[in-house]
Design a protein around this ligand. Structure first.
Ligand code: BG6
Ligand code: MG
Length: 221
């Protein structure tokens, strides 16, 4: 079973923007009198802006109109966008560029699939816009992770069958989405949280092409 495409998540996989999302949500939560812990924040990873806000409001049973929620989500996004404007290619995690380069040399297609509506802005900041054969962001899908839509759509754009795609994800919702799409998945983070992944590492720099290929063999034979 050949690996034909590798699909990268963005926030928390290519760059440390997962931390910026957390800081911005924590600041908004504090304004609402809510304490957002790192543990609870795991549930927010990979899910849409609106769903993230709903998860925070649920902590205190706060109910708001959609308009009020949009205003809060917009406020958080302004803080997030402020954070990302100082980013450069120096913020790309070590190991990402060598892995992409090895994949390309091996003829394996590369794609980016992020729930974020800021994905193109982040990729531009990092100088990575032209490194992927396909990019799908939060503006191009109806259902965000854990729904498989984003990965199914990405595989469709690449014209690669799902069982020949491998996803790299840091969010439980993302791993769930990848598996629901019928793909292999490497999780980056805590194996207790990312237990559905085929392999979990603590950092992207631990992933090599050989490791990815062995997952496919282990998984499909
Ligand atoms: C995901 C992040 O990549 O994008 C989530 O993991 C975030 O934390 C989601 O909520 C939506 O991002 P944005 O930039 O559209 O608010
Ligand atoms: Mg992520």
């Amino acid at each position: 079973m050949d690996l034909q495409a590798c699909i990268f998540d963005l926030d928390g996989v290519i760059v440390d923007t997962a931390m910026y999302h957390y800081l911005a949500w924590k600041r908004l939560a504090a304004e609402l009198g809510i304490v957002l812990t790192e543990e609870y924040n795991e549930r927010l990873k990979g899910v849409s802006r609106f769903d993230s806000l709903n998860l925070i409001l649920a902590l205190k049973g706060i109910s708001l109109t959609d308009e009020e929620k949009n205003q809060l989500a917009e406020k958080k996004n302004k803080w997030f966008v402020d954070y990302i404007h100082s980013m450069t290619e120096k913020n790309i995690y070590p190991g990402v560029q060598p892995l992409i380069s090895d994949l390309k040399k091996a003829g394996i297609r590369t794609a980016l699939a992020s729930s974020s509506k800021n994905a193109f802005t982040v990729l531009r900041q990092l100088g990575m816009l032209h490194q992927f054969d396909a990019i799908v962001d939060g503006n191009m899908i109806i259902n965000t992770k854990p729904h498989p839509e984003i990965f199914t759509k990405t595989a469709g754009l690449l014209n690669v069958p799902p069982d020949k795609c491998l996803v790299i994800e840091d969010a439980a919702a993302g791993v769930e989405a990848a598996k629901a799409a019928g793909m292999s998945c490497v999780g980056i983070g805590d194996s207790a949280i990312l237990h559905q992944a085929d392999l979990v590492v603590s950092h992207v720099s631990e992933i090599s092409l050989e490791k990815l290929r062995s997952i496919k063999l282990t998984d499909k034979t």
